[in-house]
Design a protein around this ligand. Sequence first.
Ligand code: HSE
Length: 397
Amino acid sequence: MIKIAIMGYGVVGSGVYEVLKKNEKSIAKKTGGKTIDVKYILDLRDFPDHENPQLFTKNFDDILNDDEVSIVVEVMGGLKPAYEYSKAALCAGKNVVTSNKELVAEHGTELMAIAKENHVNYLFEASVGGGIPIIRPLNQCLAANEIEEIYGILNGTTNYILTKMITDGADFAGALADAQCLGYAERNPEADVEGYDACRKIAILASLASGKFVNWRNIKTEGITKITRSDVAFAEKYNSVIKLIGFAKISEDGEVFSRVCPMVISKNHQLSDVNDVFNAILVKGDSLGDVMFYGRGAGKLPTASAVVADVIDAAKHIHINKFITWKQVDKDFMADPDAAVFRFFVRAESEAVSKDFDGAELLGSENGEWFFVTKEMTEKAFLDALSGRGAFIRLLD
Ligand code: HSE
């Protein structure tokens, strides 16, 4: 029997408990006959109506000092006290499994190194893409490839909001409230709608793919809060939809270009049909070519599914480090974001603005605003020409 502790009994923590109970027998078969037994649940709140109220503790030391506990599931979110608890658990020779992208993006390098020193694992499949397998595929199934490109829809909340705006004509605030009720949004939904959550996720993927720690602070990030219903309507006229995209391109010499921003996507592109809470991640490997990962990117049981898969993996490798890692590199290897080339979808204050862009395609106007699409140009040249006279969204070509 493998004894585990769950730290944090919110949406994901309660989902982990539910999946472990629901699939107890089949999970035991996958660990070679060892049952996974939840010995503690750490949470500051009381859950008197829980079927096993005796499992709850408010004291992390109960878990840390219990040698029987070999796997700790950290689904508390945030950095404090998750960082301190995860580090202490790894130093004590316990495996740690997490869905906490903020912590992985900030302290993953150190926590993976501590796991290695202590012959245990720090596993974080659920930190990117909710229930979609992507960390393990990148680390194992695609290990033969040099990864050239990763891009996709990495945040379920914003994809849900944009879908509701497109299909139901919903307003932003109402769609966000629904996403919160469904348990998709972060405690502070600013992390979703301003793109920080997607930024941390692409930073994790870019780090794994490049083998070098990509600091999320070095990734230019824009959210979806400035997108209007007119933007959505004119994108539709252009046979396109608007999605929040995170991407990372890794050049042959190891330079990384990464960004998170809303993008206008043609309805002919695979990502245009990825709706609601679904995420999709496209990876290009030098041997395999393109591969796409698709599934539910947030929510209780989908995220728990990825966490429990890591628990099973940890149970099968209790004292064997799986060598999931990236290096801290001092040299700057991030590409100049202003040199990037895009086409731009523009909402401008007058028709005259479009005249300053050679070959621009005018789409029409609404409520005194004009919409047009530029030809390919560098971001710097575009911003100089626009000179603050409108809002814009990049095109995914
Ligand atoms: N708030 C996140 C999202 C949860 O909406 O994608 C899953 O990481």
